[in-house]
Design a protein. Structure first.
Length: 265
């Protein structure tokens, strides 16, 4: 088996869902797909690199703390969910290597020794590696969400796939927090179908179509702001010539939402 790691774009679910019984039940298909990921890899990763829709800045900041803290970037959940700890170690040496790759590609970057794990990282990682025994670090999105810049980010990260790093784009294929329930069914289903067809195109056509993603059916209904869609560009950019496989699909979440996740390579 090749030691090159695939990359993933995952729909990471809502808030601290693995710690909430009813939400965990709703996301049972997502949980099963995340739990399968370790068995789909050629080896235990040296680290997981998460590009989460919950961290952005002017440049592509790279988390460099050896012991990243927690970021509770959600509201309205039970008090105990604000004391969750996912105690995975960071990966400062890989963070430095990653920043060097980004600089080599001409991308603005810096090391951030203070940033912690947001729920787009710690919630899915808790399912994938519940013992928190695999190092984890993150890269921020760049404000403005330029698709070409985030594809370039992924291309710069591609060498890490041969160095034991699992690249995880963590967002949601549908993210309109004001439109749940039955009204979400038509737009999320249409956009999800477009995404699945687009990811099946040949690589050049696929990249071009995704760079113009806002022309897709209901694009701006499903993503009024594209922070949860842009991580897909980075994950795919790191595996740009490779086949996309849908690893998760749900219909009727929150009463109407269709959502999917993908593996590249």
């Amino acid at each position: 088996m090749s030691q090159r790691f695939p990359t993933y774009f995952i729909s990471h679910g809502g808030g601290p869902w693995p710690w909430l019984r009813d939400m965990r039940r709703m996301f049972s298909n997502l949980e099963a797909s995340l739990a399968r990921i370790p068995s789909e890899l050629p080896a235990v990763p040296k680290a997981v690199l998460s590009i989460s829709g919950h961290w952005e800045g002017r440049d592509f900041a790279v988390m460099s703390s050896p012991r990243p803290p927690m970021v509770y970037d959600y509201s309205g959940f039970p008090p105990e969910t604000y004391s969750i700890v996912y105690p995975a170690p960071g990966a400062p040496e890989l963070a430095a290597r990653t920043a060097d790759l980004l600089r080599g590609a001409g991308l603005p970057t810096r090391l951030d020794p203070k940033q912690g794990f947001d729920h787009g990282t710690f919630a899915p990682l808790f399912v994938m590696y519940p013992k928190a025994d695999v190092p984890v670090y993150q890269i921020s999105l760049q404000s403005g969400y330029d698709p070409a810049a985030h594809f370039a980010l992924g291309r710069a990260l591609a060498p890490l796939r041969d160095e034991g790093v699992l690249i995880l784009g963590s967002g949601l294929s549908y993210h309109n927090l004001r439109l749940f329930g039955p009204a979400a069914k038509q737009p999320s289903t249409a956009f999800d179908g477009w995404l699945d067809r687009t990811l099946a195109l040949d690589p050049a056509a696929r990249t071009k179509a995704l760079e113009q993603w806002d022309q897709a059916p209901y694009a701006r209904v499903c993503h009024p702001e594209e922070d949860h869609f842009v991580p897909l560009f980075a994950a795919l950019g790191a595996a740009e010539g490779e086949v996309a496989t849908r690893t998760y699909h749900d219909e009727g979440l929150f009463g109407g939402v269709t959502a999917s996740s993908y593996r590249f390579g």
